[in-house]
Structure formats: structure tokens, C-alpha cells
Ligand binder design. Structure first.
Ligand code: HEC
Length: 108
């Protein structure tokens, strides 16, 4: 019975998370299409496993140890890093902003 109550508590907490804004949802779409196949699935079986990007901004530093700032993340996305391709010219400024907004949600 206690476990059941805890279970409902979790559900309630889950439902109380505010829904993504349209801007964040656009970023989620871009992340799903462009980033998740590497960062969630590593479908190319890269030897350096693409790092987990959940909560990167909350952690304060990127997996490489650089500061987790918008500017730093944008520059990695534009220029690429190691086995990660650069996306320079592939996102409009508005799309880049949406992608960052979604990364700021911690990847919900
Ligand atoms: C082809 C696979 C691949 C794709 C696609 C990809 N990444 Fe990466 N990503 C990597 C790998 C591998 C690394 C680790 C690079 C290293 O440290 O050598 C990385 C690292 C990162 C880092 C951490 C950089 C740091 O300094 O620690 C961020 C942030 C990042 N990627 C964001 C993204 C975003 C956002 C997208 C989508 C626009 C994306 N990546 C798409 C493979 C990928």
C-alpha cells in the first residue's frame, strides 16, 4: 500500500512538470533528428561514446570540462569536436536558439 502511494506520488510529480513551450518543442525535434542517434543510441558505434547531454547546463561543465555556457555549446555544435561533425550552416539562428532552449530543460 505504501509502495502504491509512492507510485502515485511519482506520477503526480511527473504531471506537475510544465509542458515544453513551442520553442523548446522545436528544439526537441531538432535534437531528436540531429543529435539523439549519436548521443542517445551511438548508432555509429563510435569508440568515443557520445556523452550524455542530460542536464549539461545544471552540471555546470561539459563532459570535456569546458564551461557549460550557451556560447560554448553553440561553438561545439557549429565546429564539431573529435568524432562529432560540425553543424555550421545547418541551423538558423532561431533553430540554434530552440536547440539550446531544449538543452536547458535538461532534455525532457
Ligand atoms: C556523429 C555523432 C554525433 C552527432 C550527430 C552529434 N554529436 Fe555531439 N558529440 C559526439 C561525440 C563523439 C562527442 C565527444 C567529442 C569529444 O570529446 O571528442 C560529442 C560531444 C558533444 C558535446 C560535449 C562537448 C564537450 O565539450 O564536452 C555537446 C554539447 C554535443 N556533443 C552536442 C551535440 C548536439 C547539440 C548535437 C546535435 C545538433 C550533436 N552533439 C550531434 C558525437 C555526435
Amino acid at each position: 500500500m505504501v509502495e502504491l502511494a509512492a507510485g502515485f506520488g511519482w506520477l503526480a510529480a511527473c504531471h506537475s512538470t510544465p509542458p515544453l513551450t513551442d520553442h523548446e518543442a522545436e528544439g526537441k525535434h531538432l535534437y531528436t533528428v540531429r543529435c539523439a542517434h549519436c548521443h542517445e543510441e551511438n548508432d555509429l558505434a563510435l569508440k568515443k561514446v557520445p556523452p550524455d547531454l542530460h542536464n549539461i547546463f545544471k552540471r555546470g561543465t561539459l563532459p570535456s570540462g569546458s564551461a557549460a555556457s550557451d556560447a560554448q555549446v553553440q561553438s561545439v555544435v557549429r565546429a564539431g569536436k573529435g568524432m562529432m561533425p560540425g553543424f555550421s550552416g545547418r541551423f538558423t539562428q532561431e533553430q540554434m536558439a530552440a536547440l539550446l532552449a531544449y538543452l536547458h530543460t535538461g532534455l525532457r
